[in-house]
Every structure is written in structure tokens, then in C-alpha cells.
Ligand binder design. Structure first.
Ligand SMILES: [Zn+2]
Ligand SMILES: [Zn+2]
Length: 195
């Protein structure tokens, strides 16, 4: 009789341990699932970086290397004012009192006189798409290099066209330069090759 009771107790205990184990497993699974499920409003979360185009990946790596310093997030003229608007020529952030709107863009105090003083003309127009963004990225790199290395100011304006036949919106990046530089820049950029 005593032996049967002992066996029963052992079995009940073993059964309880099994049930507890199973419950912990369920809780763990649920927790893990919740953590991995995508947050709404963040559609990028489920795209593994390995699926990005190599050019885009390269760019992401470069951007990670140059994390903005505190000074870059504040207006260069007012170190306590957070920068709010970017100048379309130098791409630096300025506070509202240091930047002027012009057409669809904004220019800093150093660059707005250039916009007013000179005639600007189109250098190149490229059609971009979200599927192949590398051409656009390349154009912005060229713009940055022209200003930093050769002190040639340019700006890039985004134009949208509605394609009625195919019922979608096309995006164009149009690069402008000071008219007297345009011919030289056109040749330079075709030599760099965007494609
Ligand atoms: Zn500027
Ligand atoms: Zn300022």
C-alpha cells in the first residue's frame, strides 16, 4: 500500500513538472513572438540588409561611419538653436532665422546671394525610382564633391510628373548650376557616368 502511494506521488510530481515545463515554453514562445513582430509604421524592420542593393548597403555603411556630431545638429551661427532647415547648396542645417525660402527650397545666408546674383540653369535631369535609388544617391554624392573639393555650388530640385497613362507619379532629380558653369559641368558629369 505504501509503495503504491509513493509511486502515485512520484507520478503526480512528474506530471506537474511536465505541465509547468510546457507552460513556461508557451510563455517563452509568446514573448519571443511579440518581440519579433513588426511595429506598425516601421516597414523596414523585416527587410534584412542582405536584400539591399550593394550600392545602397555601401551608402548605409558610410552613413553609419559619419554619425552627426552635436555641432552638426545645431545652427552653425547659433550654437544653442537646433538646426531645422537644410540649405539646398551646402546641405548644412540652419535655424529658421538663418535661412531663406526660395521657390521650393531654402538657402543659407552665404548661399542665397548666389541664387539671387546669378542665372542658374539645368545641368542634368535623372529619373529616379525607389526600386533603383543608386543613381539619385550618386547625384547627391557628385553635388557634395563639387562643393567640397572644387567649390562649385549646385543644387538639386525634385520634380514630380504624373504619368496619366500608367497612373503613377514619376520622380525626377534636376541638378542646377550657375549658367556660366553649366557647359563645363555637363561634360564633367557625363564623364563621371551616372549609369
Ligand atoms: Zn548654404
Ligand atoms: Zn541660426
Amino acid at each position: 500500500m505504501e509503495k503504491t502511494a509513493l509511486i502515485l506521488i512520484v507520478f503526480t510530481n512528474a506530471f506537474l513538472v511536465l505541465i509547468l515545463g510546457f507552460l513556461s515554453f508557451l510563455v517563452y514562445k509568446l514573448f519571443k513572438h511579440n518581440r519579433n513582430s513588426p511595429q506598425s509604421g516601421d516597414p523596414m524592420i523585416n527587410i534584412p540588409q542582405s536584400e539591399f542593393h550593394p550600392e545602397v548597403l555601401k551608402r548605409i555603411k558610410e552613413l553609419e561611419k559619419v554619425k552627426p556630431k552635436r555641432s552638426e545638429l545645431f545652427c552653425p551661427n547659433h550654437t544653442e538653436e537646433p538646426g531645422e532647415v537644410t540649405c539646398s547648396i551646402c546641405d548644412k542645417l540652419f535655424c529658421k532665422s538663418c535661412i531663406r525660402p526660395f521657390k521650393t527650397m531654402h538657402f543659407c545666408k552665404e548661399h542665397i546671394p548666389l541664387i539671387m546674383k546669378y542665372e542658374w540653369d539645368e545641368i542634368i535631369t535623372i529619373k529616379t525610382s525607389t526600386i533603383e535609388p543608386e543613381q539619385g544617391v550618386r547625384l547627391f554624392d557628385i553635388k557634395k564633391n563639387l562643393l567640397e573639393k572644387e567649390n562649385i555650388p549646385t543644387y538639386i530640385e525634385t520634380h514630380y510628373k504624373i504619368n496619366v497613362d500608367q497612373d503613377h507619379i514619376e520622380t525626377y532629380l534636376v541638378m542646377y548650376g550657375i549658367k556660366e558653369n553649366v557647359q563645363k559641368l555637363k561634360e564633367k558629369i557625363t564623364n563621371i557616368k551616372l549609369h
